[in-house]
Write a protein that binds this ligand. Sequence first.
Ligand SMILES: [Zn+2]
Length: 119
Amino acid sequence: METLYCRFCGQPLPIHLHGNRRHCESGLCYVLNAKARGRDKYAKLKVTLQQFKQSELTLSIGYKMYGNDYIPVNLLDNLGINWTFCNNRMTIEGVEAKVVGSYAYITYKNKTMRIWKIS
Ligand SMILES: [Zn+2]
C-alpha cells in the first residue's frame, strides 16, 4: 500500500488513518486542518453570495427598466447575470419561474424573458 503523508507536517500517516484523511493525529495538524476546512467553506460561501448578489442585482436592473414586460434575454446576459443561480422556484401564470432573492423570472423559447418583483 502506498504511503501517505500529513499535508501539514509531512510525517507518514499510520495505516489506520488512511482514507479521506490527509493529516496526522498531532494536535497542531488537527487544528490546522480544521482551520483550512473552515476557510474552504467560507470561500465557497463567499462565491455563492457573490453569485446571488450579482444575479439579484441584474434582475433588479432589468425590472427597473422594463417591469413585467418581455425583454431580450441577452440584455441580462450583457449585464452579467449568472443564470445558474436560483434559490427557489414558483409558478407564475402557470409557468415555472426561477426565484433569485426578491425577483422571479421566466425565460421563453424565443429568447425573451419576464421579471417579477416578488417581495
Ligand atoms: Zn501532521
